[in-house]
Design a protein around this ligand. Structure first.
Ligand SMILES: Cc1cc2nc3c(=O)[nH]c(=O)nc-3n(C[C@H](O)[C@H](O)[C@H](O)COP(=O)(O)O)c2cc1C
Length: 222
């Protein structure tokens, strides 16, 4: 288990301080995003994304797989009892009666973060064996944004073929591959880079990582 203070503060902040309201002064986002966490390593990415949504009062429908709860316990020391508040609403992993099981329920899109190879394969095959698979299936059929953050290494031909199939359907594959050109120094910086890349795909403005604006170091071409 990672005993790092960073992880603990991140998850505790989400658990202890539920948001007050989803209404922001400048506008009200009515359509929620679906955020699913599965049993791949990297629970911290999902928690960080939820924290961002909560801080920015963006409504979210959350589903956490049974395997993800085990990984959260191992990696973060908490089994994922995420308190909701008005902006975060959780659903049982096997509740097929949840609104997000149906494409008729309007959402702004869905992120599976982290995404296990099992869930990746199920989504690529159109299986709907749990609420995460079903919500992803609905998201694809309705032509909404679906972002996957698949984590495994090395990747087999099966994993790569599943990713290619989904990418060709318009699903955004955002593997948690941090960059270092922004002078990232801490684990938190690296996590924020990955989560920032996910937000980029959803076209949600953020300042989680510094944008590349050209090098101050490299010699200018003559
Ligand atoms: C400690 C641990 C780490 C794991 N890491 C990964 C991983 O990085 N990627 C992955 O695809 N599966 C990983 N698994 C396996 C998944 O948890 C397993 O395939 C599970 O059935 C996925 O179910 P889900 O997709 O419903 O969450 C890990 C399992 C354990 C116990």
């Amino acid at each position: 288990m990672i005993g790092n203070l960073f992880w603990r503060e991140l998850i505790l902040s989400l658990i202890i301080f539920p948001s007050r309201t989803c209404e922001r002064e400048e506008d009200v986002i009515t359509k929620p995003y679906i955020v699913a966490m599965t049993g791949a390593s990297g629970a911290v990415y999902g928690i960080r994304l939820l924290r961002f949504f909560e801080e920015n009062k963006i409504p979210v429908e959350i589903v956490i797989s049974d395997a993800a709860k085990i990984l959260m316990l191992e990696e973060l020391g908490s089994a994922g009892e995420i308190a909701g508040g008005d902006c975060l609403r959780t659903h049982d992993f096997l509740d097929f009666t949840a609104p997000i099981a149906s494409g008729s329920y309007p959402t702004a899109g869905m992120v599976i973060i982290p995404c296990s190879m099992g869930t990746l394969g199920a989504v690529a095959s159109g299986l709907s064996q749990n609420l995460i698979h079903r919500a992803a299936d609905s998201t694809i059929k309705e032509g909404r944004k679906l972002v996957l953050v698949p984590r495994e290494t090395p990747l087999s031909a099966i994993h790569l073929e599943n990713m290619l199939k989904l990418a060709r359907l318009g699903v955004k594959i955002v593997p948690p591959m941090p960059a270092f050109y922004g002078q990232q120094k801490t684990v938190g910086d690296l996590v924020d880079f990955v989560v920032g890349k996910v937000l980029d795909q959803l076209e949600i403005p953020h300042m989680l990582y510094p944008r590349w604006v050209g090098s101050l170091q490299a010699p200018k071409p003559q």
